[in-house]
Design a protein around this ligand. Structure first.
Ligand SMILES: NC(=O)c1ccc[n+]([C@@H]2O[C@H](COP(=O)([O-])OP(=O)(O)OC[C@H]3O[C@@H](n4cnc5c(N)ncnc54)[C@H](OP(=O)(O)O)[C@@H]3O)[C@@H](O)[C@H]2O)c1
Length: 289
C-alpha cells in the first residue's frame, strides 16, 4: 500500500498541532497553518490543493472564537463555510478524500438525550451557523468526506477552558462556573489519536466509511463539573455553580450538546475514552510528550 499524500490545515490549532505530530507515521504530510495557507483566501486554497495534490485533506483549521464570530460573521463564514466548500470542490475534482471537523453547536440544545447525526440542526449562534454551512457545502459538493462533529475541545497548548481554569485557580479563591450547560469535554490529543488511528487503516477503508459522524469522548458533564474535575482535590479555589443568565456572553450557547457516538463505534469498531479518563491522562501528560 503506497503512502497517501496528506494535506493538513490548521496545524497550529489544538487538534491540528497533535495531528501534525501523529499523521506523518501514516502518510507524507504537508502541514499548513495560517501563515502558509490562509483559509480566508480562496485562491490560496485552490493553489495549495493543486500543488500538493493530496489523497487526503484533513481540515483542522477553523474559526473557533464563538463570541467574536457574533461581531464578525464574514470572518467566521469565510473559514468555516467557504473554505470547506473550496476544499471539498477541489477534493471532488481530484478524487481526494476530505476529513473535516464540525461541532455540537450546530444543535440548539433543546434535547435532553444525546443527539444522533440525523437530529435536526438549528444553530443558536453565528459560529454554529457557519459550521453548519460548511457541513452542507461539503455534502453538496459530492466529494467523499468524513465529517466529524466534536465538542468542548481542550488541550495543553493555547487558550481553552482547561488553561483558563488552571490560570484562574492560581489567582482566585472562588470560581463561578456555568452549571446549566451540558456537554462532553474532548482532549485534542484524544481526537487526534483517534483520527490517526483511522487514517492508519488506509484510504480504501476511509473511503468506504465516508459520512457524518459524532466523534466524542463518552459521558457528559457541565462546565461546572468540568472545572471541578480540573481542580481535582485541591483545597482552593471553591467552584461555585452559576446559571448561564448570570454569565452573559455575546453568543448564545446550547444548553445541551451531548453527541451520541453509536454510528462512529459501529463504523470504526471502537469508542473514544470516557471524558474523565481522557482528562486524567491529559493532566499527567506534558504538552509535547
Ligand atoms: N475548540 C472547541 O471547543 C471545539 C468544539 C467543537 C468543535 N470544534 C472543532 O474541532 C476542530 C478543531 O478545533 P480546535 O479546538 O483544534 O481549534 P483551534 O485550536 O481554534 O484551532 C484552529 C486553528 O485554525 C486556525 N485558523 C483560524 N483561521 C484561519 C485561517 N484564516 N487560515 C488558516 N488557519 C486558520 C487557527 O489559527 P489562529 O489561532 O491563528 O486563529 C488555529 O490554529 C475545528 O473544526 C473546530 O470547529 C472545536
Amino acid at each position: 500500500m503506497s503512502r497517501p499524500r496528506i494535506l493538513l490545515t490548521g496545524a497550529q490549532g489544538q487538534v491540528g498541532y497533535e495531528l501534525a505530530r501523529l499523521l506523518p507515521a501514516h502518510g507524507d504530510v504537508v502541514a499548513t497553518d495560517r501563515a502558509t495557507l490562509d483559509l480566508a483566501q480562496p485562491d490560496a486554497i485552490v493553489a495549495v490543493m493543486r500543488e500538493v495534490r493530496p489523497d487526503l485533506v484533513v481540515n483542522a483549521g477553523a474559526y473557533t472564537a464563538v463570541d467574536a464570530a457574533e461581531r464578525d460573521p464574514a470572518a467566521a463564514f469565510a473559514v468555516n463555510a467557504h473554505a470547506p466548500q473550496i476544499l471539498a470542490d477541489e477534493a471532488k475534482r481530484s478524487g481526494a478524500l476530505l476529513l473535516h471537523y464540525s461541532t455540537d453547536y450546530v444543535f440548539d440544545g433543546s434535547a435532553t438525550t444525546p443527539y444522533d447525526e440525523d437530529a435536526p440542526a438549528a444553530p443558536l449562534n453565528v459560529y454554529g451557523r457557519s459550521r453548519l454551512d460548511g457541513e452542507r457545502a461539503i455534502a453538496a459538493s459530492g466529494a467523499r468526506a468524513l465529517v466529524m462533529r466534536t465538542s468542548w475541545v481542550y488541550g495543553l497548548r493555547g487558550r481553552n477552558f482547561l488553561s483558563t481554569i488552571r490560570r484562574l485557580a492560581a489567582e482566585r479563591d472562588e470560581l463561578k462556573i456555568v452549571a446549566d450547560q451540558t456537554g462532553t469535554p474532548n482532549w485534542a490529543r484524544t481526537l487526534a489519536l483517534a483520527t490517526a488511528d483511522i487514517v492508519a487503516q488506509g484510504l480504501p477503508y476511509l473511503f468506504e466509511r465516508a459520512g457524518l459522524y459524532h466523534f466524542s469522548s463518552t459521558g457528559a458533564t457541565t462546565w461546572h463539573g468540568f472545572a471541578t474535575a480540573i481542580i481535582g482535590d485541591a483545597q482552593k479555589p471553591r467552584v461555585t455553580p452559576i446559571t448561564t443568565a448570570e454569565y452573559p456572553t455575546p453568543a448564545r450557547r446550547p444548553a445541551y450538546g451531548v453527541l451520541a457516538t453509536t454510528r462512529f463505534r459501529d463504523a470504526f469498531g471502537y469508542e473514544l475514552p470516557p471524558w474523565r479518563a481522557a482528562l486524567a491522562a491529559c493532566l499527567v501528560a506534558g504538552p509535547d510528550e
